[in-house]
Ligand binder design. Sequence first.
Ligand SMILES: [Zn+2]
Length: 436
Amino acid sequence: MSHVAGSAQSPSSPASAPNASAPASPVSPLSPISLPWVTRLVSMDTVSRNPNLGLIETVRDELRALGIEATLTHDPSGKWANLFATIPAHDGRTNGGVVLSGHTDVVPVDGQQWDSDPFKPEIRGDKLYGRGTCDMKGFIGAALALVPHMQRTQLAKPIHLALSFDEEVGCAGAPLLLADLMKRGVKPDGCIVGEPTSMRPIVAHKGINAYQCCVRGQAAHSSLTPQGLNAIEYAARLICYIRDMADQFRAQGPFDELYDVPFSTAQTSTISGGNALNTVPAECKFQFEFRNLPTLDPESIFARIDQYARETLLPKMLREHPSAAIEITKIAAAPGLDSSEQAAITQLVRALTADQDKRKVAYGTEAGLFSLAGIPTIVCGPGDIQQAHKANEFVELSQLVACERFLQKFIHSMSVDALKEVPLGGAPKEVPLGTP
Ligand SMILES: [Zn+2]
């Protein structure tokens, strides 16, 4: 057991740490060159409810020291921000190219039993422990550690870095970043989202759609139920409708057997209502969500729930009391991902990982948002999703090294040299992205 001192020993400039200047040389499997960056990022408590500006400004300043000016997009309060930065091609071109994308926020540690301080990264055995080591500061740290290598490489196409806020609470930050790219006319050819996939390419994931529902009735003494309107009872009917819909997905599909749960799912996850045993409850609030296969339109799924609430339940409630109301508001939504096998980014990541398996996952990522914005996207990053969000979250050091090697190959694939390797009339060794 040893405390990771890298972040304390060389905090000033991990992007240009000595090891980082020789990324192509053999690296011991247990000494990732990205450790100073990863530990530094994990040491910053960026649980989604806390501002991430400190982390973003740290990265901005480090990139600035390397001569790269990042663009920040802030939330309305100014306390949270996304960062977008470009390492231009050798001819100065900044358009096209590939985005390396990661979210900077992490999930809370409240109520979890950790064996070490979640925000003091610690190496035990062959693993680095700490909140966010796996999801997903490992990938961000690896990408940042390799920025000097990107700069030294004669890039044929630019490489971009995109760091977002509030992914874990419903992908709230990335849309601002994407809107800014659109406004500035920045149009990358592809994107790699480095969520934990054990460095295996993931081509599809489900969409996430979360809602809050408030059912309003009328309070009355429990002995006078006909004078009141029981909000809990009507909320229960809506909840049962959502469950029936989930059962229908399970029984009738559509199905996609490449997912571990091969159909869309839906459930109610929290509920509160009523204030006393002897009072007809005037209010009931609950939260529900559904996770759609990307081939299903989430709006049409929601429309069924909304229609049942408005056209079946509400008229019945209004007959009991005029104060009846059902309010449903969207809490979060992240579109599903369904990458084309033909997309250059899919073929590139498949070639770099030597992994041709079609893999689809149930968890959501920001990849669906990038894809929806017209940027072909694939998910591939270090660590196992099984470790994410749990106590004693860790990433195996060998996964960080694997990620660094993947990124080194990726950087090479974006280089002028890689283009020269394309034999005349033959198949390219690495799939070129976009037009050179
Ligand atoms: Zn994540």
